[in-house]
Design a protein around this ligand. Structure first.
Ligand code: SAM
Length: 276
Protein backbone atom coordinates (compact mmCIF):
# COMPACT_ATOMS: atom_id res chain seq x y z
CA UNK A 1 0.00 0.00 0.00
CA UNK A 2 1.40 3.47 -0.83
CA UNK A 3 1.91 5.83 2.09
CA UNK A 4 -0.95 8.19 2.93
CA UNK A 5 -1.26 11.23 0.71
CA UNK A 6 1.12 13.77 2.07
CA UNK A 7 0.79 17.10 0.42
CA UNK A 8 1.96 20.28 2.13
CA UNK A 9 4.38 18.35 4.29
CA UNK A 10 6.38 21.42 5.22
CA UNK A 11 3.28 23.29 6.33
CA UNK A 12 1.87 20.38 8.24
CA UNK A 13 4.98 19.47 10.18
CA UNK A 14 4.85 20.48 13.83
CA UNK A 15 8.12 21.28 15.48
CA UNK A 16 6.86 20.60 18.99
CA UNK A 17 6.06 17.00 17.99
CA UNK A 18 9.49 16.56 16.40
CA UNK A 19 7.91 15.99 12.99
CA UNK A 20 10.40 15.30 10.21
CA UNK A 21 8.58 13.07 7.78
CA UNK A 22 10.53 10.48 5.80
CA UNK A 23 10.02 10.68 2.06
CA UNK A 24 13.04 8.90 0.59
CA UNK A 25 11.79 5.57 -0.76
CA UNK A 26 15.26 3.98 -0.74
CA UNK A 27 15.75 4.86 2.94
CA UNK A 28 12.26 3.57 3.80
CA UNK A 29 13.01 0.29 1.97
CA UNK A 30 16.33 -0.06 3.77
CA UNK A 31 14.72 0.43 7.17
CA UNK A 32 11.99 -2.11 6.41
CA UNK A 33 14.59 -4.59 5.13
CA UNK A 34 16.50 -4.18 8.41
CA UNK A 35 13.36 -4.70 10.49
CA UNK A 36 12.16 -7.54 8.23
CA UNK A 37 8.64 -7.72 9.71
CA UNK A 38 6.75 -10.96 9.22
CA UNK A 39 3.15 -12.15 9.41
CA UNK A 40 2.25 -13.20 12.93
CA UNK A 41 4.75 -10.88 14.59
CA UNK A 42 3.66 -8.16 16.98
CA UNK A 43 5.05 -4.82 15.84
CA UNK A 44 4.61 -1.48 17.58
CA UNK A 45 5.35 1.71 15.67
CA UNK A 46 5.98 4.86 17.67
CA UNK A 47 5.01 8.07 15.86
CA UNK A 48 3.56 6.83 12.54
CA UNK A 49 3.14 10.43 11.36
CA UNK A 50 1.92 10.31 7.79
CA UNK A 51 2.48 6.59 7.44
CA UNK A 52 5.84 6.37 5.64
CA UNK A 53 6.87 3.29 7.65
CA UNK A 54 3.34 2.25 8.65
CA UNK A 55 2.37 1.31 5.10
CA UNK A 56 5.16 -1.20 4.43
CA UNK A 57 4.97 -2.50 8.00
CA UNK A 58 1.25 -3.22 7.69
CA UNK A 59 1.75 -4.77 4.23
CA UNK A 60 3.97 -7.41 5.85
CA UNK A 61 0.93 -8.95 7.54
CA UNK A 62 2.23 -8.37 11.07
CA UNK A 63 -0.07 -7.32 13.88
CA UNK A 64 0.60 -3.59 14.06
CA UNK A 65 -0.10 -1.18 16.93
CA UNK A 66 0.81 2.44 16.26
CA UNK A 67 1.10 5.15 18.90
CA UNK A 68 0.65 8.72 17.67
CA UNK A 69 0.40 11.79 19.89
CA UNK A 70 -0.65 14.40 17.31
CA UNK A 71 -4.42 14.17 17.16
CA UNK A 72 -4.55 16.03 13.85
CA UNK A 73 -2.84 13.07 12.17
CA UNK A 74 -5.36 10.53 13.46
CA UNK A 75 -8.16 10.87 10.84
CA UNK A 76 -5.77 10.31 7.91
CA UNK A 77 -4.08 7.37 9.66
CA UNK A 78 -7.46 5.77 10.33
CA UNK A 79 -8.60 6.38 6.76
CA UNK A 80 -5.47 4.72 5.39
CA UNK A 81 -5.05 1.77 7.74
CA UNK A 82 -8.09 1.02 9.91
CA UNK A 83 -9.41 -1.61 7.49
CA UNK A 84 -6.14 -3.52 7.56
CA UNK A 85 -6.43 -6.61 9.70
CA UNK A 86 -4.37 -6.52 12.87
CA UNK A 87 -4.02 -2.71 12.82
CA UNK A 88 -4.70 -0.70 15.99
CA UNK A 89 -4.15 3.01 16.44
CA UNK A 90 -3.49 4.49 19.89
CA UNK A 91 -3.81 8.28 20.12
CA UNK A 92 -1.43 8.51 23.06
CA UNK A 93 1.90 9.74 24.33
CA UNK A 94 4.47 6.94 23.92
CA UNK A 95 6.17 8.17 27.11
CA UNK A 96 3.06 7.32 29.16
CA UNK A 97 2.03 4.26 27.19
CA UNK A 98 1.76 0.87 28.92
CA UNK A 99 3.62 -1.39 26.45
CA UNK A 100 2.80 -4.52 28.45
CA UNK A 101 -0.89 -3.93 27.60
CA UNK A 102 -0.05 -5.01 24.02
CA UNK A 103 1.18 -8.44 24.99
CA UNK A 104 -0.70 -11.31 23.54
CA UNK A 105 -1.97 -13.75 26.15
CA UNK A 106 -3.54 -16.26 23.81
CA UNK A 107 -2.59 -19.92 24.04
CA UNK A 108 -0.89 -19.61 20.66
CA UNK A 109 1.55 -17.12 22.23
CA UNK A 110 1.92 -18.34 25.80
CA UNK A 111 5.26 -16.66 26.45
CA UNK A 112 5.17 -13.00 27.50
CA UNK A 113 8.92 -12.70 27.09
CA UNK A 114 10.44 -10.87 24.14
CA UNK A 115 7.26 -10.53 22.08
CA UNK A 116 7.17 -6.95 20.89
CA UNK A 117 9.10 -5.56 17.97
CA UNK A 118 9.30 -1.78 18.36
CA UNK A 119 9.98 0.52 15.42
CA UNK A 120 10.04 4.29 15.07
CA UNK A 121 11.43 7.31 13.38
CA UNK A 122 11.46 8.91 16.78
CA UNK A 123 10.76 12.51 17.59
CA UNK A 124 14.22 13.61 18.64
CA UNK A 125 13.00 15.55 21.66
CA UNK A 126 11.72 12.41 23.42
CA UNK A 127 14.16 9.80 22.15
CA UNK A 128 16.38 9.48 25.24
CA UNK A 129 13.59 9.23 27.87
CA UNK A 130 11.67 6.88 25.57
CA UNK A 131 14.68 4.59 25.17
CA UNK A 132 15.15 4.50 28.96
CA UNK A 133 11.45 3.64 29.35
CA UNK A 134 11.71 0.84 26.77
CA UNK A 135 14.93 -0.47 28.34
CA UNK A 136 12.98 -0.78 31.60
CA UNK A 137 10.52 -2.99 29.63
CA UNK A 138 13.22 -4.93 27.78
CA UNK A 139 11.94 -8.29 29.03
CA UNK A 140 8.85 -8.05 26.81
CA UNK A 141 10.70 -6.68 23.75
CA UNK A 142 12.23 -8.79 21.00
CA UNK A 143 13.99 -5.92 19.27
CA UNK A 144 13.84 -2.19 18.55
CA UNK A 145 14.75 -0.30 15.38
CA UNK A 146 14.94 3.45 15.71
CA UNK A 147 15.83 6.44 13.62
CA UNK A 148 17.64 8.83 15.94
CA UNK A 149 20.03 11.73 15.78
CA UNK A 150 23.32 10.16 14.74
CA UNK A 151 24.94 11.60 17.83
CA UNK A 152 22.52 9.62 20.03
CA UNK A 153 23.22 6.42 18.06
CA UNK A 154 26.95 7.03 18.57
CA UNK A 155 26.37 7.31 22.31
CA UNK A 156 24.27 4.12 22.35
CA UNK A 157 26.90 2.14 20.43
CA UNK A 158 29.98 3.73 22.06
CA UNK A 159 32.94 1.80 23.48
CA UNK A 160 34.97 2.52 26.62
CA UNK A 161 37.67 5.13 26.16
CA UNK A 162 35.54 7.09 23.71
CA UNK A 163 34.10 10.53 24.46
CA UNK A 164 30.62 9.17 23.64
CA UNK A 165 30.85 6.43 26.29
CA UNK A 166 28.43 7.30 29.10
CA UNK A 167 25.18 6.60 30.87
CA UNK A 168 23.05 5.97 27.75
CA UNK A 169 25.46 3.51 26.11
CA UNK A 170 26.27 1.67 29.33
CA UNK A 171 22.63 1.13 30.33
CA UNK A 172 21.62 0.22 26.76
CA UNK A 173 24.50 -2.25 26.36
CA UNK A 174 23.78 -3.85 29.73
CA UNK A 175 20.26 -4.65 28.46
CA UNK A 176 20.75 -5.05 24.72
CA UNK A 177 23.01 -5.81 21.83
CA UNK A 178 23.42 -2.41 20.12
CA UNK A 179 24.05 -2.09 16.37
CA UNK A 180 24.55 1.19 14.49
CA UNK A 181 23.08 0.04 11.16
CA UNK A 182 23.38 3.02 8.80
CA UNK A 183 23.27 6.80 8.56
CA UNK A 184 20.47 8.83 7.01
CA UNK A 185 21.12 12.30 5.54
CA UNK A 186 18.83 15.29 6.24
CA UNK A 187 17.46 15.33 2.67
CA UNK A 188 15.62 12.04 3.30
CA UNK A 189 13.13 14.03 5.42
CA UNK A 190 10.69 16.83 4.99
CA UNK A 191 11.28 19.25 6.56
CA UNK A 192 14.99 18.52 6.73
CA UNK A 193 16.44 18.25 10.23
CA UNK A 194 19.58 20.27 11.00
CA UNK A 195 21.46 17.15 12.10
CA UNK A 196 22.48 13.79 10.63
CA UNK A 197 20.36 10.79 11.58
CA UNK A 198 21.07 7.10 11.90
CA UNK A 199 19.29 3.80 12.34
CA UNK A 200 20.05 1.72 15.40
CA UNK A 201 18.97 -1.81 16.31
CA UNK A 202 18.65 -2.68 20.01
CA UNK A 203 18.13 -6.37 20.76
CA UNK A 204 17.45 -7.20 24.42
CA UNK A 205 19.70 -10.04 25.52
CA UNK A 206 17.92 -13.39 25.62
CA UNK A 207 21.10 -14.75 27.17
CA UNK A 208 23.07 -11.86 28.63
CA UNK A 209 26.88 -11.86 28.30
CA UNK A 210 27.07 -9.78 31.50
CA UNK A 211 27.04 -10.91 35.12
CA UNK A 212 23.79 -10.11 36.93
CA UNK A 213 23.65 -6.99 39.03
CA UNK A 214 21.14 -4.73 40.66
CA UNK A 215 20.15 -2.51 37.77
CA UNK A 216 18.97 0.41 39.85
CA UNK A 217 22.27 0.46 41.66
CA UNK A 218 24.18 0.23 38.36
CA UNK A 219 22.21 3.20 37.06
CA UNK A 220 22.95 5.19 40.22
CA UNK A 221 26.64 4.31 40.07
CA UNK A 222 27.00 5.23 36.40
CA UNK A 223 25.14 8.51 36.91
CA UNK A 224 27.48 9.45 39.76
CA UNK A 225 30.61 8.27 37.90
CA UNK A 226 29.81 10.53 34.92
CA UNK A 227 28.41 13.46 36.93
CA UNK A 228 31.58 15.46 36.22
CA UNK A 229 33.30 13.88 33.25
CA UNK A 230 36.64 15.56 33.90
CA UNK A 231 36.82 14.49 37.54
CA UNK A 232 38.33 11.22 38.68
CA UNK A 233 36.38 8.21 39.93
CA UNK A 234 37.78 8.93 43.41
CA UNK A 235 35.98 12.28 43.38
CA UNK A 236 32.79 11.34 41.57
CA UNK A 237 32.23 8.17 43.61
CA UNK A 238 33.33 9.36 47.04
CA UNK A 239 29.78 9.15 48.44
CA UNK A 240 29.34 5.61 47.06
CA UNK A 241 32.59 3.67 47.43
CA UNK A 242 36.01 4.56 48.81
CA UNK A 243 39.27 4.47 46.89
CA UNK A 244 40.73 1.45 48.66
CA UNK A 245 37.75 -0.69 47.69
CA UNK A 246 38.04 0.50 44.09
CA UNK A 247 41.72 -0.52 44.14
CA UNK A 248 40.80 -3.91 45.60
CA UNK A 249 38.55 -4.38 42.56
CA UNK A 250 41.45 -3.56 40.25
CA UNK A 251 40.05 -0.11 39.38
CA UNK A 252 42.36 2.89 39.43
CA UNK A 253 40.61 5.59 41.54
CA UNK A 254 42.58 8.24 39.64
CA UNK A 255 41.00 7.20 36.33
CA UNK A 256 38.01 8.86 34.70
CA UNK A 257 34.69 7.09 34.26
CA UNK A 258 34.96 7.03 30.47
CA UNK A 259 37.90 4.61 30.67
CA UNK A 260 35.93 1.95 32.59
CA UNK A 261 34.38 -1.04 30.86
CA UNK A 262 30.81 -2.12 31.47
CA UNK A 263 32.07 -5.24 33.25
CA UNK A 264 33.95 -3.04 35.74
CA UNK A 265 30.85 -0.94 36.44
CA UNK A 266 28.99 -4.20 37.13
CA UNK A 267 31.75 -5.42 39.46
CA UNK A 268 31.66 -2.15 41.41
CA UNK A 269 27.84 -2.36 41.58
CA UNK A 270 28.02 -5.87 43.00
CA UNK A 271 30.68 -4.83 45.53
CA UNK A 272 28.46 -1.98 46.79
CA UNK A 273 25.45 -4.27 46.83
CA UNK A 274 27.22 -6.96 48.85
CA UNK A 275 28.12 -4.36 51.45
CA UNK A 276 24.71 -2.67 51.69
N1 SAM B 1 7.07 7.84 11.15
C1 SAM B 1 6.87 9.07 10.41
C2 SAM B 1 7.92 9.17 9.34
O1 SAM B 1 8.91 8.43 9.40
O2 SAM B 1 7.75 9.98 8.41
C3 SAM B 1 6.92 10.30 11.32
C4 SAM B 1 8.19 10.49 12.10
S1 SAM B 1 8.31 12.03 12.94
C5 SAM B 1 10.05 12.18 13.13
C6 SAM B 1 7.85 11.65 14.63
C7 SAM B 1 6.39 11.27 14.85
O3 SAM B 1 6.17 11.02 16.25
C8 SAM B 1 5.38 12.36 14.49
O4 SAM B 1 4.30 11.79 13.83
C9 SAM B 1 4.95 12.93 15.85
O5 SAM B 1 3.65 13.51 15.83
C10 SAM B 1 5.01 11.71 16.72
N2 SAM B 1 5.19 11.98 18.14
C11 SAM B 1 5.83 13.03 18.73
N3 SAM B 1 5.86 12.90 20.06
C12 SAM B 1 5.23 11.73 20.34
C13 SAM B 1 4.93 11.05 21.55
N4 SAM B 1 5.30 11.55 22.74
N5 SAM B 1 4.25 9.88 21.47
C14 SAM B 1 3.88 9.37 20.26
N6 SAM B 1 4.13 9.98 19.09
C15 SAM B 1 4.80 11.14 19.12
Amino acid sequence: MPPMSRQPLENRARKRFGQNFLHDAAVIDRIIASVYPKAGQRVVEIGPGQGALTAPLSDSGCTLDVIELDRDLIPALLAAFSLKSGFTLHNADALDFDFSSLLSTTLAVPNRQHQLRVVGNLPYNISTPLIFKLLANSGIIKDMHFMLQREVVERLAASPGNKNWGRLGIMAQYQCKVEHLFDVPPHAFSPQPKVQSAIVRLTPWADSPWPDCNELLLRKLVKAAFAHRRKTLRNNLKEIIDSSRLEALGVNPGARAETLELRQFIEITNAIHDKS
